[in-house]
Structures are given as structure tokens and as C-alpha cells.
Design a protein around this ligand. Structure first.
Ligand code: GDP
Length: 438
């Protein structure tokens, strides 16, 4: 039986999961996404060419790898087709390597409108969503009125569902009246086009596992944006944490043999919500510029701050993270001193786990340790021993305060700019990974 590994974000998303997943994909037969929608934005550079994928797992860039979109994902058919076309333009044929769950819920045109409307209504308290209709599509799913991929087959029942849904939405979105027939006809066309790619994902994964094929479970967003365990309500609408892999694909927990958490060597977050270690001045700007911290999906500037070990430790606990892939170490090159947040101070107390109540997070002050920076660049370094002493010391301290070893270190955006530590669990998960890199 092959070893299946989940790769998920251990912070607030944008940790560089795209690059790590892309790097590890050659070790797997299947890459499966389990939650989120086309709000995710994975940027991958291959031979200097830039690919941004929102919905289809980046595994599609590798010949022979099958990509799966699970029932936990919400699918905007138009976005999916656009991505398939874009890949074709770049010379990558999706062919029969893509499987979309027949149980996945669809994002419909009115979901996008509802998203914009709901943000406008929240005013100052807006979540900062990507306005792609993801949240409203999940609302309909939980409200038991969602339309799934498999519903596109029974045209009579679909017509009733669409009429009811569109009419109900028109009560809410008063200034843009949508014709249910238009939505219905569009859905029929989407259904016909989608059909070759749809099927029973749970069964396909089960069969693949029986044949000994390895699966990489790919999380979108990050643990701190999880609907249940993140900084609610400033979260995404799905379970980005490990539980989502089981419910979002129809696989048992024992099918996940290891969890690799991806964390940046500092912290970022896009949109609203708490970010205790946020740096508002020049240092924040410095991290944003050297890390090119602008959203892959929306281009929004990301908020930047020091590494928050409280948040990562929390993500490690909730997700059973076995090891970290530490990304963007090179962005810290040239800083005189680097801080690590090890706890939060609230009044006269120090807390070392992430609180549920945002009223507690708001007034908390991070407790920092200051570590010396390094002058020699880490950019592009691909052997651990070639890292400056200070960088190795910084990593060793991150391991201590995060409670988990750092198995992979990323020192640049290219696949080759990576260190897989010989003595780490990653070397067991991905034998000869360093050979692949060379
Ligand atoms: P994801 O959604 O978690 O995959 O993150 P994004 O793709 O939005 O952000 C990652 C960005 O950082 C991409 O532009 C990557 O090419 C880039 N990146 C990933 N790892 C590194 C690294 O180690 N160093 C640098 N400088 N950039 C990196």
C-alpha cells in the first residue's frame, strides 16, 4: 500500500503550498483537492514559466498524474472550463486525467452576486472574500438547496430546482433580476461539457489505493482559515484542516498516512481578521516587497508579520502535522534581526494557544524573541549545510517553538530551490526526492 500524504497550509493561506505540492507530485499517482473553490491561487514556476491554478490541482502539470476535485470543493463550471482551456493553450492536455466528484456542489451566477451583496451589507465588518461566490455556494449546500454536479443529468428535476432557487435569490438581490431559464440552459450546457470528467471520487480513490497508487491530498487556504478551527468569522467557508480531506473526498482517516504542514518563515494574511504579529511599518512593507506578497487570485496586498509560533503550534495540534515545509526563507535574507512570536500577552497573562474569542485576540500583544539575521543569501541554497549558521539556528528555534521538525526548506520559487533534509520524515515519505531535484 502506497503512503498517502496530506499537504496543507499551517498559517493563513498563501504559504507556498503550490510549489511544495508541485515538487512532491512526482512521488504520487494522484493529487486530490478536498475543499475550497477557485478562490485558491497556486502559483507555480516551471522552467521560468508561470502557472496560476485556481481549481485544478497543480499536479496536472505532471504527465501521467491524475487530478481529483472532491465533493468538498465547490465548482464554478465556467472557471473550470477556463482553466482547462488555459492549460491547453500552454500545451497541457487535461484529457482523462481529471475527475470531478459528482457530489461536488456548483457555484451558480447568483452566488457571486450574493457574495458581493453580503460583503457590502457587513460594511466595516466585511470578511474580505474573493467575491467568487464560494461562501454562498457552501451556504446553499448546508441549507440543503445546493445543486450538485450529478443534478445536471436529470433535466426535469433540475429545472424545478433552478426555478425555485433563482426566484428565491431574486427576492434577496432586488436590483438584478435573473431569469431562471437562462441559468437553467447554461447549466445544461455545462453539464454536457462536464460529463466526461465526472464520477465517483471516493470509489476511484479507494480503487487506486487498492492498486497501491499513492495519493497526495492537497489542502487550499490554511488551517487558520478553517471554518471551525480558524479565526471565525474571518475564515473561509470550508474545512481547510485535515478533517476536510476525509469528508471532502470520501476517504477514511486511516488513508492519510502523514501530514506535511506548509508554513512561511514569517506570517501573512490577506483580507480582514486578526493577525497578531502584523508589522504595519517599514518592516511589513519590506517583507511584502521582497516576498512579493500580493494575492495570486485577486492581486490584493497581503498583510505581513513575524513568524507566529502560537498559530503554527495550534495548526500542528489540530491537524496532526508530522513535519513542516518552511517556505520563503530567502525573503528574510539581509534582515539584521528576526523576531519569533512564542506567546500572546493578554493583560497580565501569557497565553500560548490560539484563543477562540476574537475579543481576546484583538487586544493581545505578541511575546517576541529576537534572533540574529544573516548576511550571506539563502536564496537558491539547496543543501542544508550551505545555509548560513544564523539561518540554521533560526530554523532550529522554529522547530522548538512550533513543536514539530522542519523537513523541507524552500529558498526560492523554483522547484530546484529546495532543501529536503536527509534525516527527516520527508526523506522517508519521498525517497530519492533530492535526486529528483537534481
Ligand atoms: P499557495 O497558495 O500556498 O500556493 O501560495 P501562493 O502561490 O499564493 O504564494 C506563493 C508564492 O511564493 C508564489 O509566487 C511562489 O512562486 C512563491 N514562493 C514559493 N516558495 C518560495 C520561496 O521559498 N521563496 C520565494 N522567494 N518565493 C517562493
Amino acid at each position: 500500500m502506497g503512503m498517502n500524504i496530506a499537504v496543507l497550509g499551517a498559517q493563513w493561506g498563501d504559504e507556498g503550498k503550490g510549489k511544495i505540492v508541485d515538487l512532491l507530485t512526482p512521488h504520487f499517482g494522484i493529487v486530490a483537492r478536498y475543499q475550497g473553490g477557485h478562490n485558491a491561487g497556486h502559483t507555480v514556476y516551471v522552467n521560468g514559466r508561470k502557472f496560476v491554478l485556481h481549481l485544478i490541482p497543480s499536479g496536472i502539470l505532471h504527465e501521467g498524474v491524475r487530478c481529483v476535485i472532491g465533493n468538498g470543493v465547490v465548482v464554478d463550471p465556467q472557471a473550470l472550463f477556463a482553466e482547462i482551456e488555459e492549460l491547453a493553450r500552454l500545451g497541457i492536455e487535461v484529457g482523462d486525467r481529471l475527475l470531478v466528484s459528482e457530489k461536488a456542489h456548483l457555484i451558480l451566477p447568483y452566488h457571486r452576486e450574493l457574495d458581493v451583496l453580503s460583503e457590502a451589507r457587513r460594511g466595516e465588518r466585511k470578511i474580505g472574500t474573493t467575491s467568487r461566490g464560494i461562501g454562498p455556494a457552501y451556504e446553499d449546500k448546508i441549507g440543503r438547496r445546493g445543486i450538485r454536479v450529478c443534478d445536471l443529468v436529470d433535466t426535469r428535476a433540475l429545472a424545478d430546482e433552478v426555478r425555485e432557487n433563482v426566484n428565491a435569490r431574486n427576492q434577496i438581490i432586488r436590483d438584478s433580476k435573473m431569469e431562471w431559464q437562462t441559468v437553467y440552459e447554461q447549466l445544461l450546457a455545462h453539464g454536457a461539457r462536464l460529463r466526461p470528467w465526472t464520477g465517483d471520487v471516493s470509489l476511484a480513490l479507494h480503487d487506486a489505493m487498492r492498486q497501491g497508487r499513492r495519493i497526495l491530498f492537497e489542502g487550499a487556504q490554511g488551517a487558520m482559515l478553517d471554518i471551525d478551527h480558524g479565526t471565525y468569522p474571518y475564515v473561509t467557508s470550508s474545512n481547510a484542516s485535515i478533517g476536510g480531506a476525509c469528508t471532502g473526498l470520501g476517504i477514511p482517516p486511516r488513508a492519510v498516512h502523514g501530514v506535511l504542514g506548509v508554513a512561511k518563515a514569517y506570517t501573512t494574511r490577506v483580507g480582514e481578521g486578526p493577525l497578531p504579529t502584523e508589522l504595519l511599518g517599514d518592516l511589513g512593507e519590506r517583507l511584502r516587497e521582497s516576498g512579493q506578497e500580493y494575492g495570486a487570485s485577486t492581486g490584493r496586498p497581503r498583510r505581513c508579520g513575524w513568524y507566529d509560533a502560537v498559530a503554527v503550534r495550534y495548526a500542528v495540534r489540530v491537524n496532526g502535522i508530522d513535519a513542516l515545509a518552511l517556505t520563503k526563507l530567502d525573503v528574510l535574507d539581509g534582515l539584521e534581526a528576526i523576531d519569533i512570536c512564542t506567546g500572546y500577552r493578554v493583560g497580565d497573562r501569557t497565553i500560548d494557544t490560539f484563543p477562540a474569542d476574537l475579543n481576546t485576540v484583538g487586544p493581545c500583544t505578541p511575546v517576541y524573541e529576537s534572533w540574529p539575521g544573516w548576511t550571506a543569501p539563502t536564496r537558491g541554497v539547496c543543501r542544508y549545510d550551505d545555509l548560513p549558521d544564523e539561518a540554521r539556528r533560526y530554523i532550529a528555534r522554529l522547530e522548538e517553538v512550533s513543536g514539530v521538525p522542519v523537513a523541507v526548506i524552500s529558498t526560492g520559487s523554483d522547484r530546484a530551490e529546495t532543501i529536503i533534509r536527509d534525516d527527516s520524515i520527508a526523506a522517508r515519505w519521498f525517497p530519492a526526492a533530492s535526486v529528483h531535484l537534481a
